[in-house]
Design a protein around this ligand. Structure first.
Ligand SMILES: [Zn+2]
Ligand SMILES: [Zn+2]
Length: 346
């Protein structure tokens, strides 16, 4: 095998190059995967815009984290996989020993190991991720579909945290790929879905995925009253914020019913603050949740939804581009907030 490969290296703010780098060396327990597809993700776009992510990636570094591919080499001691296996590897693995891991909060692990480098011909999957968060892809499942497991796992966990029930009404604010995943999952769970978004194309996609009601914020800039109206004045059982702005965090709190649950899923810019109406939270018994990341159990649950055909990449990926075009793709996604995912083919 060649000792060099093409890979995207992130150098800083809006600065990345696709260039030859050394194929990663394997340590005991690692595997080397030939990347068949890497999906762009809002987090990657955010990292590209800012130039770093305190927890996930410190440049200069290889970049990208949603991938599926073929095992091409295995380090000493690997028994779970062998060359030729089709696999999807999550972008992190918890330690399973710390305070948080022992409480089933592996997403908050004190020693969460992150892995990047999906926008490349090959990626090294470190031993801990091989052991606890890498999975074989059944032959009838495409690489693109399998690569959805990571973002989908965050969404499945986020929805499960809100105690969803069939017949309940859920409002999803923000219809980027994550918001749309909430729409299709809520529909699958038998919920009535109110989808709130700006772009017409996003609203159309939400309708295709089974949203029962659509609210365009172009037509209704302040949708809270509208949502209350649709729910006999009561408000929705569950409100999901998938935008990441203080203003829409407020909307979510204001449109949920008494005893309902809000999930602040969208991360706001650093140092953002929101002010909360304490009487509303107290006397209306509103539960506020915020979800971050995923756990191995949810990666498995998400992959199973994909394997069973409930979620396919087709609904969230609207372009395919070669790795050499990554810089343009990132620039494009940056100027089109809430854009669909692009499949990068190395
Ligand atoms: Zn992602
Ligand atoms: Zn841990």
């Amino acid at each position: 095998m060649n000792s060099q490969m093409m890979a995207a290296v992130l150098y800083g703010k809006e600065h990345l190059r696709v260039e030859p780098v050394a194929v990663p060396q394997l340590q005991n327990g690692d595997i080397l995967v030939r990347v068949k597809v890497a999906l762009t993700c809002g987090t990657d776009v955010k990292v590209f815009r800012r130039g770093y992510h305190a927890r996930m990636i410190v440049p200069p570094a290889v970049f990208g984290h949603e991938l599926a591919g073929d095992v091409v080499a295995t380090g000493a001691g690997v028994t779970k996989f062998s060359a030729g296996d089709r696999v999807v590897a999550a972008n992190s693995a918890p330690c399973e020993k710390c305070y948080f891991c022992r409480r089933d909060l592996q997403n908050l692990c004190e020693d969460l190991l992150f892995n990047n480098g999906a926008y490349a011909e090959y990626i090294r999957i470190p031993a801990r991720i091989v052991e606890s968060n890498t999975y074989s892809i059944p032959s009838h499942v495409s690489y693109q579909d399998a690569a959805l497991s990571e973002p989908l796992a965050c969404v499945v966990r986020g929805l499960d945290e809100t105690n969803p029930r069939p017949g309940d009404t859920i409002a999803v604010i923000g219809l980027g790929p994550i918001g749309l995943m909430f729409v299709s999952l809520a529909k699958l769970y038998g919920m009535r879905v109110i989808a709130i978004g700006r772009r017409k194309t996003q609203l159309e996609r939400a309708a295709m995925m089974g949203a029962h009601e659509l609210i365009s914020t172009e037509d209704v800039p302040m949708p809270v009253q509208h949502v209350r109206h649709m729910t006999h004045g009561r408000g929705v059982d569950v409100a999901i914020e998938a935008v990441g702005k203080p203003e829409t965090w407020h909307w979510a709190v204001d449109m949920v019913r008494r005893g309902g649950t809000v999930n602040f899923f969208g991360g706001c810019p650093n140092d953002s603050k929101v002010s909360l109406d304490t009487s509303l939270l107290h006397y209306s018994e509103i539960t506020c949740k915020a979800s971050f990341h995923h756990t191995p159990a949810y990666i498995q649950k998400a992959l199973q939804l994909v394997v069973d055909g409930h979620v396919t990449a087709q609904a969230f990926v609207n372009r395919e581009e070669p790795l050499s075009n990554l810089l343009e793709v990132m620039r494009h996604l940056m100027s089109h907030n809430g854009h669909m995912k692009t499949a990068i083919i190395p």
